[in-house]
Design a protein around this ligand. Sequence first.
Ligand code: MIG
Length: 643
Amino acid sequence: MIKKYIFGDVFATDAVVCDVPCGDKLEYFSVEKDGSGYVFRAPLGGDDIVYGLGESMRGINKRGGRYVSFNTDNMHHTDDMPCMYGSHNFIVVDGAIKFGAFFDTPARAVFDIDYDGSGQICVSCEQPVAVYIVGGDSAYGIVRQFLKIIGQSYLPPLWAFGFGQSRWGYKNQKDVRRIVRKYADAGMPLDYICLDIDYMDRYIDFTVDKTRFPDMKGLVSELKDKGVRLVPIVDAGIKIEPGNAVYEEGVKKGYFCTNEEGEYFSAAVWPGMTHFPDFIQKDAREWFGRQYKFYTELGFEGFWNDMNEPAMFYSQYTKGQSGDHSGGDPLYEGGAFLSDYKKFYHNIDGKKVPHWDVHNIYGYNMTRASGEGLGNLLDRRYMLFSRSSYIGAHRYGGIWTGDNSSSWLMLRRNVTMMSGLNMCGFLYSGADTGGFVGNTTRELLLRWLAVSAFTPLMRNHSAKFTRYQECYRFRGKDDFRSILGLRYRLLPYIYSEFMKAALSCDMYIKPLAFGYPDDTRARAVEDQLLVGDSIMIAPVLEKGALERVVYLPEPMTEVRWNGKDFLTVPVTEGERNISVPLGEVVFFIRRGKLLPVGKGGMNAGQVDLADVTLLGDGKEYAQYLDDGLSKNCTSDNIKILKR
Ligand code: MIG
């Protein structure tokens, strides 16, 4: 049961795609309107858990924290960092009373989830908001209803579930060829390499630097023959430069955001001064999407969208200012001068809308523009993931969780964020494996790969000036081969579970408690996850640890992957200590379920999805199978495998 309640003149975000009936009186929350907006308050029971909020810090249970929806480019992901790159305003209260609430507003919102210990939720929305209240008997059931109204997840091609190598700093075709060769020589699988801003001519979108990549088309096809795709980055800002056709057309047609004086707003990003496409305008979106033809003609089928909060170094107004980027806000919320977000405008159906009021849907609409453009340009599925997002963007692409760091906390947050992201529709997601800023270690990278081996997006990415972290650079390569190999042996399962979840508007990764709602102990577990319908993972998240305690809500089949074989043994419910040497992975098959494992391969194209062995004590497995590329994905592609 879902009801909608409208407060004020709400800006349509298109997050929800179904007709939801309006309710009379808001349930659960009291509402007050004051000078700073709408304030919603709901009491919490003593043991209530609050789930949701997608990409946000702290843990799976959001209780005790304060979270700010205001998309921000900030790499300081400490647990009290209030804003991330995306705003995912959906929460689920799970206690004696259970309900979900989605605060659909493109403007800033603050979620105080019993932060002060007064036992209540307080959600403050600066601008008009549509509140969706979702009823249900269980937190999981509530989430599933919510996922239905926001529409089906983006469907990536099979190769997007392979392993990808990325780094800010790969600068020419020699670098790219070397990485492909090194991975092959090391006997490690690889499906794609991400090209960061250095592939472009002076960081200008829709260009290629001809000296560093003299024959991009040739390179793309040469590598595709080897089973490796290239995935270029696209930034939000368009360089101001006469002769730049995209810039010129955007200026002529009015596709850029404007400033207070009605001229196009200018801000400095990687290419120098740029204009920001007005992605919130439908025509501008279509125009931007058409530009991807430049890339598809070169043979690219995958992209990542960056700097789309939008991030900026300074603007025409803040040029020359330095130091504090907080714009006077007591909370440091970003790399941009916050005041700049108040100084530019969108043109929506002839109405001048301040960016500040619609800030959180900017990146979403960039993803929408790219996704729709690619949908028109390609006869097959594309890979796409974005940094900034809002609920709704999940229908067009995935996300990565931004500039994390090479730290054990961020590994743990990768685990907790995955369940929140899945509750908000972002099934295709993952973190910078190994960590983006800072120097990784062999141990951290191996443990991180053992987590990412289960996330749909599995990409090793790091920043310029940090230690190189390609897997082949480390000693003891067997350990890396083992974990990368595991991913490819599990690909039939991962792909099948993802596609089934997406097609049925379900989650692919869930908190343990969603599988065992009546188990009070499972409710407190934040370092184990259900991945797909059949398995539970219990990764090692601590430095130096060679073992860990796992909680099993029911008897399961323990699976130990040692790099060669899957060793299975039935285990009883309760607490269990598992030893997990680096390079091995231990996980569990749930009672009555089956896990199909394949033969692996050096890239997704080599994996025979149909050639599987079934592990576990279940009777049958419903496998989603197709060619991994065609757009015709339906449940007709599900075959029942019997044991
Ligand atoms: O200002 O393109 O999050 O993944 O490597 C930094 C360079 C811009 C931020 C992205 C990161 C990427 C980097 N970008």
